[in-house]
Design a protein around this ligand. Structure first.
Ligand code: ADP
Ligand code: MG
Ligand code: MG
Length: 193
């Protein structure tokens, strides 16, 4: 269940993790993309952090909406609109429910509506999908997240920039899957689920 307190804690932990792993995320994006995923996410989460510490958001929908707006406006590249849309869909639904599983499912639906990717195409969807299934079963743990991130290594990318390198995308972890892994490990750390 999301609360103002655990949502703010989650986003703060996610920001810290993204800043710490910025270089690693850009390294993952180098062989199969344009080497900017860490920089993109770092810029976006820094803007989220600044917005949430200067504005005093007092309800979950406005925290999620501010997050969405910062990600959409500050992150260049594919990942900004995708993460931004996910948070925007979560923001909309959060005025009706604060249950985590339906909120994340709405976020994933937004990502898929925007990016048209399916499971197995080596994108962040390959982490969001099993994570949501685990949350629904009340069984999410760090191992589930790690397994989902690592499973993208053997996939061939058929969406996004990584699809340009075709078969050569096989053997590399997807950077967006890795950043989504951090989104969900920090969600666990914040006690959201
Ligand atoms: P860009 O590729 O524009 O440089 P980033 O490097 O920030 O953007 O983000 C790349 C990540 O975005 C990929 O690793 C992948 O997980 C995700 N991605 C790209 N295209 C799609 C898509 N159509 N649907 C879902 N996720 C996608
Ligand atoms: Mg990139
Ligand atoms: Mg780019």
């Amino acid at each position: 269940m999301l609360t103002v307190e655990n949502t703010l804690k989650w986003l703060e932990l996610f920001n810290a993790k993204i800043q710490a792993e910025k270089d690693y995320l850009s390294e993952l994006d180098t062989p199969i993309g344009d080497g900017d995923h860490g920089n993109n996410m770092s810029r976006g989460l820094l803007a989220v952090h600044e917005a949430l510490t200067t504005q005093s958001a007092t309800d979950v929908p406005s925290i999620l909406k501010t997050t969405a707006m910062m990600l959409i406006s500050k992150v260049g590249g594919a990942s900004g609109p995708l993460y931004g849309t996910a948070f925007l869909e979560m923001a909309k639904l959060s005025s009706t429910t604060l249950e985590v599983a339906p909120l994340l499912a709405a976020g994933l639906a937004g990502i898929q509506k925007r990016g048209h990717a399916q499971v197995g195409e080596k994108t962040l969807i390959d982490v969001w999908t099993p994570v949501i299934q685990a949350v629904e079963a009340d069984m999410l743990d760090g191992a589930t997240i790690e397994t989902a991130v690592m499973a993208t290594k053997d996939m061939q990318a058929t969406k996004g920039r990584a699809s340009y390198v075709g078969e050569r995308s096989i053997g590399h972890i997807d950077p967006g899957a890795a950043s989504s892994g951090y989104l969900f490990t920090t969600m666990l750390m914040a006690g959201v689920v």
